[in-house]
Ligand binder design. Structure first.
Ligand code: GLN
Length: 209
């Protein structure tokens, strides 16, 4: 189990592809290892030729990830697969990549160029506020109720939150009244990092989609 190379990806494609252009992908891979689930890394368009059934979009820096996806010709193919119903687990920057509307950036002094802000994959009917907790509260840990799972540990790292949820998206968790987890069909998107807290339940939920 674990990391697969191109030559031993199972032909049935029952594998999770982990986007690995930038950010905290290794932590998701460790969680998949702990759950005995095969995975491989998506680094460029060639990797999209391998069969895979699910996708993880990790935390990191969404502008960097979005630009790399565009430059490497991965943005449209991934968008098509997500729209076609492929299960996706998106954490933090991954949530920003999925959002149809991206706003704000509390840490930025200058106005970003239009090609630097997204929306990127734009498959999830939400508005996200980037770096929404400001510099002081950029990173924190808490536990909060998650729909169907009970109390879940949540680590936030320069996190976005969901400032508006469209009719297609369902709220799964809130912290201090702010939406931090949503589901829309097979898209599961979180402002926090479930791969960091040793609690496998959110990855198990994703694997059951
Ligand atoms: N602040 C980052 C962004 O806007 C997201 C942070 C994270 O993924 N931990 O892309």
């Amino acid at each position: 189990m674990g990391a697969l190379s191109a030559c031993n990806v199972p032909a049935d494609g029952n594998v999770t592809a982990v986007l690995a252009v930038q950010g905290a992908f290794a932590e998701h891979e460790r969680m998949l290892d702990a759950l005995g689930q095969p995975w491989f890394e998506l680094r460029d368009a060639d990797d999209l030729e391998l069969p895979f059934a699910r996708l993880i979009l990790p935390g990191g820096e969404s502008t960097t990830q979005g630009k790399l996806l565009r430059e490497r010709g991965m943005l449209e193919p991934l968008r098509e697969r997500v729209l076609a119903g492929m299960p996706v687990l998106a954490t933090c920057a991954g949530l920003i990549l999925l959002a149809q509307r991206v706003e704000g950036d509390g840490s930025r002094a200058t106005t970003p160029r239009p090609d630097q802000v997204g929306p990127w994959l734009a498959t999830l009917d939400v508005t996200v506020e980037r770096n929404a907790y400001g510099r002081q509260l950029g990173s924190f840990h808490t536990t909060a109720p998650f729909d169907g799972l009970g109390q879940v540990p949540m680590s936030f790292i320069r996190a976005p939150y969901v400032s508006a949820v469209g009719p297609k998206s369902q709220v799964l968790a809130r912290v201090d009244g702010r939406v931090v987890a949503v589901r829309q069909g097979s898209q599961l998107a979180l402002a926090f990092h479930p791969e960091l807290d040793g609690d496998p339940r959110i990855h198990e939920l994703f694997l059951s989609l």
